[in-house]
Design a protein around this ligand. Sequence first.
Ligand SMILES: Cc1cc2nc3c(=O)[nH]c(=O)nc-3n(C[C@H](O)[C@H](O)[C@H](O)COP(=O)(O)OP(=O)(O)OC[C@H]3O[C@@H](n4cnc5c(N)ncnc54)[C@H](O)[C@@H]3O)c2cc1C
Length: 416
Amino acid sequence: MQHYTYVIIGGGIAGTTAAETIRKHDPKGSIAIVSDESHPLYSRVLLSKPKWVLGEQPFDNVWLKKDEWYEENNIHLFKGLRAMKLSAAKKTVELSDGDVLKYEKLLLATGTHKRMWDVKGADKKGIHYLRTVDDAKGINEVAQGKPKRVVMVGSACVSFEIIEILVAKGFHVTEVMREKYFFEPQLGAEEVAPIEQTLIDSGVEIIRESEIEEVLGGASVEGVRLKDGREIACEVILPLIGVVLPVEWVQKAGVATHKGIYANQYLETNVPDIWTAGDTTESWDSVLEETVIMGNWMSARLQGQVAGKNMTGAREAFEQVSFHTSHGFGYQIGWTGDVRPLPGREIIQYPTKEEKSSCRLIVVDGRVVGGTTVNRPDLMSAITKIIKEKIEVGSALEEIRKGTVDLKAIANTKRI
Ligand SMILES: Cc1cc2nc3c(=O)[nH]c(=O)nc-3n(C[C@H](O)[C@H](O)[C@H](O)COP(=O)(O)OP(=O)(O)OC[C@H]3O[C@@H](n4cnc5c(N)ncnc54)[C@H](O)[C@@H]3O)c2cc1C
């Protein structure tokens, strides 16, 4: 059994930032990171960005830390090993090679794993996922090769970004989605309509509210059959169908979970000396007054910082309005706060004059809790401020709808 002051499970941006922060505040404590991937920290964000995917940027741009960084900072990185079993009573974590680590303080920064596509024939050659840098090599090879026919499964940001790359390279893309439209429900149908029209004008075929029943072909993909019997010929399938949060093993040890691992605003779990950070964390958000999973790079990094600091004895609250963006086909799309159009929430369309632009606000009891923008990135910080500062807008919803009040002025003056 090896003993460490700090054990961090997950070597992504949240876990690595936590280790870096701990080292700043505690130069002597021993630190171990356990990663089920075989690499030092890399930019997951870059894996769907055009220049890198197409090889116009060096592959090595993906690495954010080198092996030497871990050595220089006296951080032991256990690569290619999964944490399997937690004993909160003994303060131990058992790894997939049977080794046991004893911790004084533990961080769960386990992010997400890719959701595997569970259809008949999903093991054929020509099917590529995109979650890790190893997965990305498959998609990069496809994108840098001769144009082919591709079926894309999944309609969120990463699919959108990869479709743009493939279309630019002359691939024929058929998008098969369960949803009615791209980004549902994180954007409204009316906001997405012009975006989808651009895709259609670029030759992308969109098949909505549909599912694939079987992958056709021999050893390699030759096509797909939909549940309604239609067949689509293709050589490549990209099932980018979301993620799973790997929380069962900590749940068994008594760590409270829901979709993610529950934490308070200090990123403490219900178990003493165990913190959590990043995509796997469902933490109390004092701005939105609910538990939220952030699911983006910047929040994971900031949570890593806060958790790392708190593990060394501070007690800082994590307070950030989540935001992220996606780019493709000439659109810049932004999400801030909680954008789910849940029952009881009002959806306010704020008029924008610019072509192919839109902005919508999600309002609960006179307070904005979320907002989305299309081709109006300048509004993102105003909306974020309105959310963060809990500015009361209930009396001005009609003016906001008509566009007779300026969101930026509301954010700056805190008045309607
Ligand atoms: C292709 C792609 C593009 C993206 N683009 C953007 C973007 O443009 N903007 C944006 O904000 N976000 C983007 N994201 C999301 C962003 O990458 C994540 O929000 C961020 O990586 C979360 O960091 P994390 O450290 O919490 O989790 P992760 O990056 O998931 O890291 C957690 C690590 O822990 C490992 N792990 C899990 N369980 C165990 C275990 N039991 N033992 C050991 N290791 C374990 C996981 O395999 C993983 O390596 C993108 C994601 C992808 C896949």
